[in-house]
Design a binder for this molecule. Structure first.
Ligand code: SAM
Length: 284
């Protein structure tokens, strides 16, 4: 399910854009695995900097049009900020931002999460951020969710000691589901919040965050760090958890004053069934 509804300007030419902003896009990302911090350090002969590498590498996975990562790059110039997205239009917009704002410490990778093991060495990432990840509400799409136990196990390999994974979402069902998946992948929760904007205002706003909070969304979040590796039984608990996000909706759907992104049609359908006195169809 694609949730990236981007209104394109007239005469938008994707190839031309990708070429114009190519300086901020890394198309041969596997070649940099294990040496991102050094390889992306700007070569400026006049700069007598004792350091020749970024101090930390941060990854914004599913970065969208790059608003969040650009703000992070401004705020933390000593870190390299990588934005990954499967959608080339998003990469083009994010790269435009990096170029126009002269952010040398912001680099875009046009790849999906499945490529992560080829792109980074063990322990290379200081932080992975999942901002409003595509929720994939249906049971049979659960493995695509970036907070699925198997994705989280993969992230563990790439994180530096003390590294973190942070989820922020408008979707209470996705957040509830994630609360079962992080512990199953052996993470220790650093914080869990049902109002991230109030409790963690340090996070720059993302494009989706702005759009969804204007519609009445709350921002739910989790920040976690890998603990001891989980055993097979623990991992299985995550795989056995309820996988349909529909099941995490409240019983009284008419009490919902905000319907999470990606669940609008299903909620409308369930409400219509209820109006007609019919039961919900279980197991979406
Ligand atoms: C709902 S948007 C959120 C974008 C941005 N993080 C924000 O908060 O504005 C989800 C983004 O994740 C991207 N995405 C979905 N699945 C992905 C995957 N497996 N790997 C990388 N990006 C993915 C989509 O293309 C889309 O840009």
């Amino acid at each position: 399910m694609g949730l990236t509804h981007i209104r394109l300007p007239k005469n938008f030419n994707l190839d031309e854009r990708l070429e114009r902003y190519a300086d901020a896009i890394e198309t041969n990302a596997p070649a940099l695995a294990g040496r991102w911090a050094e390889a992306c350090w700007p070569l400026e002969p006049q700069r007598e900097d004792a350091r020749a590498a970024y101090a930390e590498v941060h990854l914004d996975l599913g970065c969208g049009k790059g608003s969040f990562i650009a703000q992070c790059a401004h705020r933390k110039p000593e870190a390299l900020h990588l934005g990954m997205d499967v959608e080339p239009i998003c990469i083009a917009y994010a790269a435009q931002r990096a170029c126009e704002e002269r952010l040398r410490n912001m680099v875009l990778i046009p790849r999906g999460a499945d490529a992560l093991p080829q792109l980074f060495a063990a322990g290379e990432l200081f932080a992975i951020t999942l901002n409003f990840p595509t929720p994939y509400p249906k049971r049979h799409h659960a493995r695509r969710r970036l907070v699925n136990v198997d994705h989280l196990l993969g992230f563990r390999q790439l994180l530096a000691p003390g590294g973190t994974v942070t989820l922020r979402t408008d979707s209470q069902p996705l957040w509830e589901y994630a609360k079962s998946q992080f512990p199953a992948a052996g993470y220790e929760m650093l914080w869990i919040s049902d109002d991230v904007r109030a409790e963690h205002p340090e996070f720059p706003e993302t494009e989706y965050e702005r759009r969804l909070t204007e519609k009445g969304a709350h921002v739910y979040g989790i920040c976690a760090t890998p603990g001891p590796a989980p055993d097979d039984a623990r991992i299985q608990e995550g795989r056995d958890a309820e996988q349909s996000l529909m099941r995490y909706l409240p019983d009284d759907l008419f009490s919902l004053d905000y319907v999470p992104l990606g669940m609008e049609a299903a909620v409308e359908n369930f409400r219509n069934r209820e109006r007609k006195g019919k039961k919900r169809i279980p197991g979406e």
